[in-house]
Design a protein around this ligand. Structure first.
Ligand code: ZN
Length: 247
């Protein structure tokens, strides 16, 4: 089985379309590590697509919870609050119900686990090597996919310590990771719809079950079009600006 691993689509239809076009014919099944909606201008189109294409292997993210009314948004910053309330008003009843029913990670998908934030707290951020080292003992499987930080890469957890996996260079469109015995992997495919690692290109991972490698990918998409529609929807301008710089 070949998997397309996505995370943090954030209602960005253009970025999602670019990823699907770029990865066409390279996968059999789709996994989504959460944050289908929030921030972006296309919550219904993106949720419709996830329901049709990836409903059996998607977990919820903190923005899915917030936009579906499952979480208190008072701890969100003002921009995230505004976007969550806008998204909640926009979503169709069917899509709201789908987001409300999304399972919480970790989800065991046979060869790997999937969670949004960390294996012990779906809302926690794995940003530093220390963050990863603190949860490495909770990893039931060698291979784990997560999101939430919007930073492509992740961590290699050796017995002797944790090593950060850098994102794909801005000069390249892909990067291959070779698996080693005895290492546990925390793999962040990066954000499809709102990268925060300094590279505005949409991010994803391709993984083939049984293979000893996986590949990280980056693909350009029509950022200006999404920025235009974020502004036309009356969403905070910061959300448009940050797509342009990927931070
Ligand atoms: Zn997110």
């Amino acid at each position: 089985m070949r998997y397309l691993i996505l995370s943090d689509i954030h209602a960005n239809w253009e970025a999602l379309q670019a990823v699907l076009e770029d990865s066409r014919d390279a996968y059999d099944s789709i996994v989504c590590c959460g944050d289908i909606v929030g921030y972006g201008p296309d919550p219904n189109r993106v949720t419709d697509w996830v329901r049709q294409a990836a409903s059996t292997a998607s977990i919820r993210g903190n923005h899915d919870k917030a936009c579906a009314g499952l979480d208190d948004i008072s701890w969100f910053n003002p921009v995230a609050q505004t976007s969550a309330l806008w998204t909640r008003r926009e979503l169709s009843p069917d899509n709201l119900a789908f987001l409300r029913a999304l399972p919480q990670g970790p989800a065991d998908l046979g060869r790997f686990n999937v969670f949004h934030g960390s294996p012990i707290d779906e809302d926690a951020y794995l940003i530093s090597q220390r963050d990863a080292a603190d949860v490495a003992g909770y990893l039931d499987r060698a291979l784990n996919f997560f999101g939430h930080t919007h930073i492509q890469g992740g961590f290699l957890c050796h017995r002797m310590g944790v090593v950060r996996i850098p994102r794909t260079s801005t000069r390249d469109t892909r990067q291959t990771l070779q698996f080693e015995e005895g290492v546990r992997y925390l793999i962040n495919p990066g954000a499809v719809g709102q990268p925060r690692d300094g590279d505005p290109r949409a991010a994803y991972v391709l993984y083939e079950e049984g293979s000893d490698t996986l590949t990280y990918h980056r693909v350009v998409y029509d950022v200006a079009s999404v920025q235009h529609r974020i502004r036309a929807a009356g969403l905070p301008d910061l959300l448009a600006q940050r797509l342009g710089v990927g931070s």
